[in-house]
Design a protein around this ligand. Structure first.
Ligand code: 5RP
Length: 236
């Protein structure tokens, strides 16, 4: 009897496929953050060192990914000099039927969004467990906030009409607030039912001064590569 692939094996399948199918020599590539994206970075490193790909430059979306890419000899650049990317590849925490996403449970949402919104193609790589009927239902919807008066930020989030009834928690790292790569804090929002109007929630959250970014990635995905028990497939 065939043994079902582990979640890590599924993540690897999607990460490798994203690089194999969407990255060509000469491209500017956005490198996502997280355990799934790490497999795409690994594959890119392999293909550069074997010579199968060349003239690639990449933009990492976190310090973690930057360190992984550097360890694999992937040439890195920044948005300042390369404001348009050919492709960006990243994981996600939730994918809805319209390919909208929740991202940022790994804490890298700001740099991820800055890089991925600049990509001509944004390829999302997930195992089937990330598919949801509506956003906000499987866990936290992260919001990056300024540390200055974070409790004030948190209270105002809780009062937004579009997300009324959610609960909010400052993300902690042991006994201290979790600090992002941008020296901000994260407030995790939790919902009992999917967010009714994610576009409205996104615009209300963004309208608050002091909120840096949120984990709703709406209308950004070009394709989602999904790995599950029946194999790997692509939704566009
Ligand atoms: C990090 C992210 C990640 O892409 C997301 O959390 C998925 O991570 P993983 O592939 O480890 O499940 O948004 O901020």
């Amino acid at each position: 009897m065939a043994v079902a692939p582990s979640v890590d094996e599924l993540k690897k399948l999607t990460g490798y496929k994203a690089v194999d199918d969407y990255v060509k020599s000469g491209m500017v590539v956005g490198l996502g953050t997280g355990s799934t994206a790490a497999f795409a970075v690994e594959r890119l490193g392999q293909k550069l060192s074997s010579g199968e790909l060349s003239d690639i430059v990449a933009i990492p979306t976190s310090i973690r990914t930057k360190e992984q890419a550097e360890s694999l000899g992937i040439p890195l650049v920044q948005l300042d000099t390369h404001p348009v990317l050919d492709v960006a590849i990243d994981g996600a925490d939730e994918v809805d039927p319209d390919l909208n996403l929740v991202k940022g449970r790994g804490g890298a949402l700001l740099r991820e969004k800055m890089v991925e919104v600049q990509a001509k193609k944004f390829i999302v790589i997930v195992d089937e467990s990330k598919l949801v009927d509506g956003l906000g239902i499987s866990g936290a919807m992260p919001v990056e906030v300024t540390p200055f008066c974070y409790q004030f930020n948190l209270d105002r989030l809780l009062n937004l009409p579009s997300i009324k009834g959610c609960t909010a928690k400052l993300r902690m790292d042991a006994d201290k607030p979790y600090v992002t790569d941008n020296d901000n804090y994260i407030v995790d929002l939790f919902f009992d039912t999917p967010i009714k109007d994610a576009a409205l929630a996104a615009s209300e959250i963004r309208s608050l001064v002091g909120i840096v970014e949120h984990g709703l990635f709406l209308g950004m995905s070009s394709a989602v590569i999904i790995a599950g028990k029946d194999g790997v497939y692509v939704k566009e």
